[in-house]
Design a protein around this ligand. Structure first.
Ligand SMILES: [Zn+2]
Length: 360
């Protein structure tokens, strides 16, 4: 981990504390102001959250758990940057907690410095999180991001290529081990870099990839503790960061077991049990049943909160980018962020406040 990341982490924490305090006040106001809830408890949360084009213009805060929650104050990572390209833009899932977005951008730069050509980004979260219309049980609180194992090409992909190009599986067809024709040590290096950040608690990969790392990583193997075997994740890996400061209602996940995980828990994945066909393949998935009542109460406030002035105002493209809600803000002498934020509704900030959208 580099010193500048540590530094920026401290700055972000400070910002999150300020933003979190404001958020709690705003939320308390918002809860008392809601007289007629627009979303009834019976409405499916995925339909409500899946149709929000922009984030909730409130300070950054995650509510609930990775697979049952939502978040406010989201930022988008730009579709294009010098060291990344976002895939499947039509899904509008480039959103996350500012720390997650900053971390993805940082990983893209560090990966390039390590010799990787750049990142192809998969899904992060919907603008306000929540269950998705399709795919993913988690990714609901802005703290999960999928990164492809396919390297970024040396040209900008067209909009249609970003929708159609498939990620290449690292696993042999009909097998559980890596395909040696596609797996490379550079991919192990990329995972090691992602695991190096203290914010990252887990990285989910196919068990065959975990096994390959167990069999080949020499020297410091402590980072393997964060690499967790899971279904899917053969053509992309999944970064999960911990609950961030300023999110008291974010539910932490259980700590990973100590050790490198190259043990019985990994061996289980190479038995028949985890791959047994689902007894009831037609049973509905959790996301297809989840109503607003199943989510934390604050998610109703998040859903109904105003949007920021524009998508551009909350899109991050790296340090120095003109995003209004920059995740990296230098504190001024008074300890307040010197940079204006679209999420801080104080009068002395230098950007327009988010405007309430007309009610329908
Ligand atoms: Zn994933």
């Amino acid at each position: 981990m580099s010193a500048d990341f540590q530094q920026s982490g401290a700055i972000r924490s400070l910002f999150a504390t300020v933003a979190g305090a404001l958020g709690a006040t705003l939320l308390a106001l918002a809860v008392s102001a809601v007289d007629v809830p627009r979303a009834t408890a019976a409405e499916l949360a995925k339909d409500l959250f899946g149709n929000k084009p922009l984030p909730a213009a409130l300070p950054a805060q995650s509510y609930g758990f990775y697979s049952k929650g939502c978040f406010s104050g989201g930022l988008a990572i730009a579709n294009d940057g010098p060291t990344w390209q976002a895939m499947r833009p039509s899904r509008n899932r480039r959103w996350g907690h500012p720390t997650m977005i900053a971390l993805v951008e940082k990983l893209s730069r560090d990966a390039v410095a390590d010799g990787w050509p750049g990142l192809l980004l998969g899904d992060i979260s919907q603008p306000r999180g929540g269950p998705m219309l399709t795919g993913h049980a988690s990714h609901q609180i802005g703290l999960d991001a999928d990164i492809w194992f396919t390297p970024m090409p040396d040209r900008r992909l067209s909009a249609s290529e970003r929708e159609s190009i498939g990620a290449v599986s690292m696993i042999k067809k009909k097998g559980l081990t890596v395909d040696e024709k596609v797996w490379t040590p550079a991919r192990a290096r990329l995972l090691k870099r992602a695991a190096s950040y203290p914010e990252v608690e887990r990285i989910l990969v196919h068990p065959g990839i975990k096994k390959k790392l167990c069999d080949t990583v020499t020297g410091d193997r402590r980072w393997l503790q964060k690499i967790r075997p899971f279904w899917g994740h053969d053509s992309h890996f999944h970064i999960r960061i911990g609950c961030q400061p300023g999110s008291p209602d974010c539910k932490r996940q259980a700590a990973t077991n100590p050790g490198d995980g190259c043990d019985k828990s990994l061996a289980w994945w190479f038995t028949e049990e985890p791959w047994r066909p689902n007894k009831d393949p037609d049973a509905p998935k959790a996301r297809d049943l989840m109503t607003m009542a199943a989510l934390p109460k604050a998610c109703r406030v998040v859903l109904n909160a105003p949007s920021p002035v524009s998508e551009a105002a909350v899109t991050y493209s790296g340090p120095g980018s003109a995003v209004a809600a920059a995740p990296f803000v230098e504190p001024d002498a008074a300890g307040l962020p010197a940079t204006a934020s679209a999420f801080l509704p104080t009068q002395d900030m230098r950007v327009p406040l988010p405007q309430q959208r007309p009610e329908r």
